[in-house]
Design a protein around this ligand. Sequence first.
Ligand code: VNL
Length: 391
Amino acid sequence: MTNRRYLISGLAGLALAAITGSAMAQDTVKVGLILPMTGPFASIGKQVDMGARLFLAQNGSSFGGKKIELILKDDTGSADVTRRIAQELVVNDKVAVLAGFGLTPLALAAAQVSTQAKVPQIVMAAATATITEASPFIVRSSFTLPQASEPMADWALKNNIKRVFTVVTDYGPGIDAETSFANKFKAGGGVVESVRVPLRNPDFAPFLQRAADAKPDALFVFVPAGIGAQFMKQYVERGLDKAGTKLIGPGDVVDDDLLEGIGDVAIGAITTQHYSAAHESAANKAFVTAFKAAYPGTRPNFMAVGGYDGMRLIAEALKKTNGTIEGEALVTAMKGMNFESPRGPILIDPETRDIVQNIYIRRTERKNGEIYNIEFDTIPMVKDPVKAAKK
Ligand code: VNL
């Protein structure tokens, strides 16, 4: 009897120890992923989310003894919603990290929350240069428009392009793209004429008509990812594809997600960017294969890579801090972090918390029956030029 009782309490004790032990091992760290999952920018949200989840599916989701629990929230692309969700995630859900941020106004809307709560904010998509200055807790895994647009100016100058007409979406990243391209191109002797198109419900036709009338050597275009197909349709309707005007710009207008839908009119475009699904490396081949297997019928674009690498930054930071989720410790752990991404080598600049990466010059081509942006030149490890110039 006594023996039996001892046995039972002993077993119960063991079971209890096992439960608390596993509860500790299973200690979760909540990551709030805020993205536009509906509305005009839903394709961006989906790509970032798929990339982030693929990283966790491949890597087991436990790092530094902590299991990452992703909480996905749809901000519909509206900054007021982003701000409210960020607050709720911090206050009610007690997330250790905020991540996602599909567009610049959305990233900026959460910056105050991350600063006040001292919660790291991993910007996986938005790309206006100054975003990282909005909070000391912002770390970026995407890119900046000036990072991609200055190399475009260098290429144009070297390739006998003298007069460029720029068409950009009228908000942070578009103004960044226009300004950084135009300044560099004019400094090298080029001539630029510029128009800006509204972000919401854009009608490109009147702007493209002006571009067609100007008969430039090249049309430099920035529209946010996911909008390229709409732009290209009107580009064809204005006859610009037949006018001998070269299409150039940062790669957003011909993003991998859209290329098949845009079709042959994209062929011949010269763009600069940090990621192509056709990037030649073992790491990228493995990434693209796993992505297509996990999400049949889709191809990863640069937004997916931002989500994938952003999740890796969070995971590696947790490993470095041994599971400490204190915001300053996590951000410190991310500073100077570097690894090989599917896009190539990347580094988090320890001074600016922005990403340093290769920018590739690509030509849109048909390869094995599908349309891809084929990289033919590399500018290694480019820092955001806007912040570099401030120093
Ligand atoms: C932004 C920049 C958004 C580049 C994008 O697609 C993009 C932004 C939605 O910072 O708002 O391709």
